[in-house]
Design a protein around this ligand. Sequence first.
Ligand code: FEO
Length: 388
Amino acid sequence: MEITSSIKYVGVDDLDIDLFESQYIVPDGMSYNSYIILDEKVAIMDTADARKGAEWWANVEEALAGRTPDYLVVHHLEPDHAALIAEVMEKWPTIKIVATATAVKMLPQFFADVDFGDRVVAVKEGDTLSLGAHTLQFIVAPMIHWPEVMVSYEQSEKVLFSADAFGKFGALCNEGPWDCEARRYYINICGKYGNQVQTLLKKAVALDIQLICPLHGPVLKDNLGHYIGLYDTWSKYEPETEGVLVAYASIHGGTAVAAERLADILHAKGAPKVVVTDLSRCDMAEAVEDAFRYSHMVVCAASYDADVFPPMHDFLHHLKLKNYQKRKVAIVENGSWAPTAGRVMRAMLEGMKNIAIVEPMVTIRSRMKENDLPVMEQLAYELLSSSL
Ligand code: FEO
């Protein structure tokens, strides 16, 4: 596939994968992107996951049409992109690996049997590599999403090779709307590293970018301000959409009924959008995505073993890992004899940055009753009145 007359796409789709990174469902598959720049010198931009090695090699050989590449630029060492480095070095004994010093240090961890010797070129911020008419400018991007990451900017065609940044779940052959699966990907994979993404965005603003070539998902060509704007919102931990996520963890349905009732009250009071999710059954990555997406959240959970029902514990643990912050959150607990869920949820939320708990906390006893309504109404009112 041609990106421009001298930049070819040699990546691969993976429609067989059950869980990306052994944790994320990818119903539309996944792409492992890789590119080749053909000039006086030839550079391969990353490899692919070993799961699709044969397909990647076929694409590479076709694009090269017999030429021998000079460089393999490694933007990111994670095995979904770097698995084939040793095979590349074996096939072309003259090829040089171009990567950050941190990546060079990490290479032997993944390829203990390879002698990297003088076959690596460590580059740092601002270094350039001339391929002829094309010049790659390297920009370090630590923790997006590993410490060794860099992106590169090709100056003549104004192309940003953005590594995991601007990536998306989904194979290229199953192209769907970008925002939804790019958001789920970003929040769950890079969400923790908002500050680092902000640093990269500030560097990107100084460049004239016409094309973004990420390591997953489609090449971005038009309306780049839309994608960069979403990345700015997400990495600042600002809500993208005014609305309420009501997330519940219910054992026998009593908490679920209370959560649904609260959602109805929120609707009736004019909440612009209310989304209810069952943490025992939903895709956890999507629940985490929604927590980041919406401006407000309610957590509703049953008490369990003098603690909180585990699906809620798992959810809040995920939010903490991903640096969830800057939100107002309301709490509904359920308990049949000694309610403990509220105390545990409050403590977990208080361990996150800039989370304000909206009072009053509501306590349901086994099943919601009509006399619980006034406090639910009050909570809904306080939540919708609270500004971020
Ligand atoms: Fe797509 Fe962080 O690897």
